[in-house]
Design a protein around this ligand. Structure first.
Ligand code: MN
Length: 484
């Protein structure tokens, strides 16, 4: 939902664009055979190419390019049959080559878009300008030694996709929704694991403000936000800083800023570098990247089902609400679990169990669905016990909690605790007789016309049976015995 900022002189709008760096899922780096495994000993996964040794020749890892093409197709981008790797020249201690191999004027994917779901149930299409492939840099370590800094080159040369949106986002919430949606798409496509803590997904945000409907203002870029919470906060504080400057009669300088989480402010990092500062030129070690149309078509034909299609299918084939379908598909593992638990069963009932009971317990326990002590088949058995009338829906919730706690199966718990629903008319009739005897005065009132007491009797019988009596049978027999 678009949001506005109330300034002292009136209302302002946000204009937000995102540049997301997504680490490509691949075993080897973009131009070398070194491993991309996270968490290795510093400098364990470094080839002479990644270390920028002179005379080394980069060789393009086509597995990385295939991942970028998949991602481009997943966001409806145009895959370019011809693209070019450029050198982006700058000095930094964690960049031993003295340049980053990136794509500049001719990226592998042009255009694209993704749909974000808004809080009001609607959707908005956010344009993507480009997706290009580039190398990651290494990492400077300043906390290992009191007197010197160290460099870890394990990340140097790892393949990244930089996905640049148009400045179409209108609120911090929309920006957050965009990142979550992009992350979901990447994970469905299997091209990036989306792990923000490990730096697999890093967000740079361009923020500007303008009067409603006015021309875009000057933007500032805030670098390297590694959580969605910080992204939202950074946008909020940066936009209100800009409104303050503009309302005081100042001008916004285009620059790169850092978000200081502790002080909740953005501060300047450097003036915005222009493309010419980097002296881009085509990397003479790498020929232009030429992709065969038939190869691209084969990738297109092998694309997995993506979240929008899955959500639409859940609504169309399973009759789920937009909200429930959206919740289930947001993580591929959750959607897979749901489909396995719902197989051959009532789809809406299964969705309710997964969303309310399973997700509720998982949230409380701080676990993901892959770590659930109750598997999809086990949840399915519990749902069957309810559907068959063996236990009531009310008791099933307790059974589920015990399953979650002990890892035992539903049937075993029901037998062990004697929870099987009582449908036997004789047994229920005996409970009813007991209640009517104890509550003789109320029975008299009921028979004298106070029929709203019926619910009271049902409650008493249910309680007397420990919740196990079949509610429909209780109603029928009670009505017959009370008469009137
Ligand atoms: Mn980049």
């Amino acid at each position: 939902m678009a949001a506005t900022i109330e300034g002292a002189t009136g209302v302002w709008e946000y204009a937000i664009g995102l540049e997301v760096h997504a680490q490509i899922v691949s075993n080897a780096k973009l131009f070398s055979g070194a491993s991309t495994a996270f968490g290795a000993e510093p400098n364990a996964n470094v080839s002479p190419i990644d270390a920028g040794m002179p005379g080394m020749l980069p060789v393009i890892n086509m597995a990385c390019i295939e991942q970028a093409v998949k991602t481009g197709l997943a966001i409806d981008g145009a895959v370019n049959a011809h693209s070019v790797f450029d050198r982006k020249n700058y000095f930094y201690p964690d960049l031993p080559q003295g340049y980053q191999i990136s794509q500049y004027k001719q990226p592998v994917v042009s255009g694209g878009h993704l749909e974000i779901e808004l809080e009001d149930g609607g959707t908005r299409r956010i344009g993507v300008e480009r997706l290009h492939v580039e190398q990651d840099a290494g990492k400077s370590l300043h906390d290992r030694d009191p007197s010197s800094s160290h460099v870890d080159l394990n990340r140097s040369g790892v393949g990244l996709m930089e996905i640049v949106s148009h400045p179409d986002l209108r609120s911090p919430e929309e920006a957050a929704t965009y990142v979550r949606k992009l992350r979901t798409i990447l994970r469905y496509a299997g091209t990036c694991d989306g792990n923000m803590q490990e730096g697999s997904l890093r967000v740079d945000v361009n923020v500007s403000v303008r009067r409603p409907g006015g021309a875009l203002g000057v933007r500032c870029e805030i670098k390297n936000l590694n959580s969605i919470r910080f992204l939202r906060r950074a946008i909020e504080v940066e936009a209100s800083r800009q409104v303050g400057v503009l309302e005081a009669g100042g001008e916004i300088e285009q620059e790169t800023r850092l978000f200081d989480v502790g002080r909740n402010v953005t501060r300047p990092m450097r003036g915005k570098e222009e493309a010419h500062d980097y002296r881009y030129f085509p990397d003479p070690d790498l020929p232009p990247l030429r992709l065969d149309r038939a190869w691209i078509d084969r990738i297109a034909a092998s694309m997995p089902e993506l979240p929008d299609a899955r959500r639409a299918r859940f609504m169309r084939d399973y009759g789920l609400s937009a909200y429930d379908a959206g919740v289930l598909v947001a993580e591929k593992e959750n959607a897979d679990f749901y489909e396995a638990a719902a197989e051959g069963r009532d789809k809406k009932l299964a969705a309710n169990w997964v969303i309310s009971e399973l997700f509720g317990q998982l949230n409380k326990a701080g676990r993901t669905v892959d770590e659930s002590p109750v598997g999809a088949a086990a949840l399915g058995e519990l749902i069957d016990l309810v559907a068959d009338g063996a236990i009531s829906g009310r008791i099933a919730k307790d059974v589920f909690a015990w399953m979650f706690e002990t890892g035992k199966g539903a049937a075993a718990i029901v037998e062990e605790k004697g929870l099987r629903q009582v449908t036997d008319a004789g047994a229920i009739g005996a409970e009813i007789d007991g209640v009517m005897e104890r509550e003789a005065a109320k029975v008299a009132e009921y028979r004298a016309g106070k029929h709203k007491l019926f619910g009271f009797f049902v409650g008493q019988v249910m309680r007397a049976s420990g919740g196990k009596a079949n509610p429909k049978a209780v109603n029928d027999i009670l009505r017959a015995k009370l008469g009137g």
